[in-house]
Design a protein around this ligand. Structure first.
Ligand SMILES: [Fe+2]
Length: 332
């Protein structure tokens, strides 16, 4: 197999494939004249061997050849290095095939007999087309990067506004200070324990972070009442999941899992209505160990057993940020 005819390091490589040596030589001279480094091949198989050794910008190939013909070669080039421009050289009788080859990715075709000047012009056009295709792809890639960057920025701004909502709630309801962040943290630990995808985990953490936002709509005297709630007060406070859902629905349209957490975070696993709320100022605080025992006791009724199991694994492995002190579980 002859090597490149013009050993210029920076000139693009042109592979000339034709089973007629005289025609091949003519094309080699012509392409060297216009600044290519030329490689020759006598058929499609030789061409593929040459392509494996050289980085080729342009392939000028005969259509009818022994072994692998021009169409077979075109398909293979398209598969292996789609950025290589292929121009087919065809007999007049093969024009229909050549036109269909354009649909399969050929840049152009030249009919035999051809004029030298015609080959020059067609090759120039094919190279210009290739350049535009590559440039266009570059624009698309840069645009994609820019869109991804802006999406990240938007998400940061969005999270900042969610954070300020959560802050506003904590000002109004000091009893739950740090509560949203702890819930978000525990949600993340359990989601990871259950092997959920990182995207779903992120959405669940977000849901945990904003789950109580609706308490912004709860009267402060009810929110902070240091005594047992009346039935009316209880009903009022339990509007907060729906209020939160209404506040966040337009903001969290792309993360329905987070919205579901906000709307359903007091619902029982067994579908029997609302679960007991424990974050009341008058209620005596359970120790961490008592709280865990209560969750295990209510597994299958108030709580999803799969999540309770994940929680126990996380507790046993020390991944929930809890430590045992003198036999009692505490937040670390
Ligand atoms: Fe709540």
């Amino acid at each position: 197999m002859p090597g490149p005819r013009t050993p210029l390091a920076d000139s693009p490589h042109c592979l000339i494939v034709d089973d007629e040596p005289a025609l091949r030589q003519l094309l080699v001279h012509l392409m060297c004249d216009v600044g290519f480094s030329c490689i020759e091949a006598g058929d499609g198989e030789e061409a593929l061997a040459a392509l494996a050794r050289h980085e080729v910008t342009l392939v000028l190939s005969d259509l009818r050849m022994p072994k692998l013909d021009g169409l077979g070669l075109l398909a293979e080039i398209h598969r292996r290095s789609p950025d290589t421009a292929v121009v087919l050289i065809t007999g007049v009788a093969d024009v229909k095939i050549a036109v269909s080859a354009l649909a399969s990715g050929a840049m152009d075709y030249i009919t035999k007999p051809f004029h030298v000047e015609e080959v020059r012009v067609r090759v120039e056009q094919a190279m210009e087309r290739r350049r535009l295709i590559l440039e266009n792809r570059g624009y698309h890639e840069r645009l994609r990067e820019k869109v991804a960057l802006q999406a990240r920025r938007l998400e940061e701004l969005f999270l900042a506004s969610v954070q300020s909502l959560a802050d506003a709630l904590e000002v109004k309801d000091p009893y739950t200070r740090g509560h949203s962040e702890r819930v978000s943290h525990y949600c993340g630990v359990l989601a990871r324990e259950m092997g959920l995808s990182s995207e779903l985990l992120r959405r669940i953490e977000l849901g945990g972070h904003v789950h109580d936002i609706g308490k912004i709509g709860v009267r402060e005297d009810v929110l902070n009442k240091p005594a047992k709630l009346t039935k009316e007060e209880y009903q009022h406070i339990m509007t907060h999941p729906m209020v939160g859902w209404k506040i966040l629905a337009p903001l969290l349209a792309d993360t329905p899992e987070a919205l579901n957490i906000v709307r359903s975070h007091h619902e029982r696993f067994d579908g029997r209505g609302i679960a007991m709320t424990s974050d009341r100022p008058y209620r005596l605080r359970l120790s961490m160990e008592e709280a865990i025992a209560e969750i295990v006791r209510c597994s299958g009724a108030q709580y999803d057993p799969a999540v309770v199991e994940a929680m126990m694994r996380a507790v046993d492995a020390g991944r929930l940020g809890l430590v045992k002190r003198a036999g009692v579980m505490e937040a670390a």
